[in-house]
Design a protein around this ligand. Structure first.
Ligand code: MG
Length: 361
């Protein structure tokens, strides 16, 4: 039997990708040119590099919303990223987009998150005012381009341009240190937009699940949501897991149908099709987000843990800027190039929740 070589995968892509799928041959290349792999396309290779990075392993102990130490069954950023990757692959494939590209963007989309989620992000951004600020998406690009120094060539994981650009989706603080070839920001492939919406579907569904599991609200309250009632009826089973999985499924199917319509209407070479839910599901997801804000994200129990985390980040930042000699050798070596504040920021952003707790106890 003839085994499938990289060239075979690349040829097959050209047969099944639709007009908006990005072929791996059009990845934009790597900053540091490398010989091609015999088995894998560039996007498959990028995916494996992300999967084997230490930044990815650290996601295991980073908080999504529930602090990891509150229970073993809540999502961490790693399980969240895996869930997003699973959804993004299915959606991309259904829409004839490049599922390998969608997978690597999904696996890498939260690499830059500091400990204690968005609260940690705000704390670091406040500390870095005047030094280029902080935001998780920009930090994700900084990790794969620079900080994850596995090969010692100074180009981080040396991922393809299409993937690196896709990680920068969203606002970037003025003056944040990025590789020159990422600026000015360029359009991202459709796959990046799909991952973005899958990210939202993933956290809306699993936060609903985790919030119920944690007892922050009851199923009777969730039943105030039209989407929950519809999912419960469709699931034909009252178990929480079945209903939550039906919520995910409704949203994924809606996304595929809605983007498929947009692709049909779009002119090749014209404006990129809008990646969004149908009008009905936009209302549903907004309602669900508002529900989670009230009962989960802003619940006293979650806020208390998060506020404590933010305070620890603030104190640790000040302490390390005053006394950079306390940094580990790898970080110390970067001070000359990056400055004390950015080095301390990179160091804290890389910490897991529990490492931060230990470092500040
Ligand atoms: Mg996410």
């Amino acid at each position: 039997m003839a085994w499938l070589r990289r060239e075979d995968h690349e040829d097959r892509e050209l047969h099944w990708l639709g007009p908006w799928g990005l072929p791996s041959r059009d990845s934009g290349g790597r900053r540091l040119p490398e010989a091609e792999d015999a088995l894998r396309t560039v996007f498959q290779r990028d995916r494996d590099r992300v999967l084997h990075s230490s930044a990815f392993r650290r996601l295991q102990h980073k908080t999504q919303v529930m602090a990891a130490f509150e229970g073993d069954h809540f999502r961490s950023r790693m399980t969240h990223s895996l869930e997003v990757a699973q959804m993004a692959r299915s959606v991309a494939r259904a829409l004839r987009c490049n599922d390998d590209l969608a997978e690597v963007i999904a696996l890498a989309h939260d690499l830059g998150h500091p400990p204690f989620g968005h609260v940690g992000e705000h704390a670091l951004d406040a500390a870095m005012q005047g030094y280029g600020g902080f935001r998780h998406n920009a930090q994700g690009a900084r990790i794969v381009d620079y900080l994850e120094d596995r090969y010692g060539h100074g180009h981080g994981l040396n991922l393809t341009l299409a993937v690196r650009r896709s990680l920068l989706k969203g606002r970037i603080p003025d003056g944040f240190p990025l590789s020159g070839d990422l600026l000015p920001k360029a359009a991202v492939p459709l796959e990046a937009h799909l991952v973005d919406t899958c990210d939202r579907i993933a956290y809306l569904s699993h936060d609903l699940d985790d919030g119920l599991r944690a007892g922050l609200f009851a199923e009777a309250e969730a039943a105030e949501l039209r989407l929950w009632r519809e999912a419960a009826a469709a699931a034909g089973s009252p178990t929480r897991q079945r209903v939550v999985s039906e919520v995910t499924s409704i949203l994924i199917h809606d996304l595929v149908e809605s983007v498929d319509d947009a692709i049909t209407m779009a002119t090749p070479g014209g404006a990129m099709p809008r990646v969004q839910h149908s009008a009905r599901r936009q209302v549903d997801t907004q309602e669900l987000l508002e529900f989670l804000r009230q009962r989960f994200y802003r619940s006293p129990r979650v806020l208390a843990v998060m506020d404590d985390g933010a305070e620890r980040i603030r104190r640790l930042f000040e302490r390390l800027v005053r006394d950079p000699a306390a940094l580990p050798p790898g970080a110390l070596a970067r001070i000359g190039r990056d400055g004390v504040e950015r080095t301390v920021c990179d160091h804290i952003a890389g910490m897991t929740d529990r490492y931060l707790l230990k470092a500040t106890s």
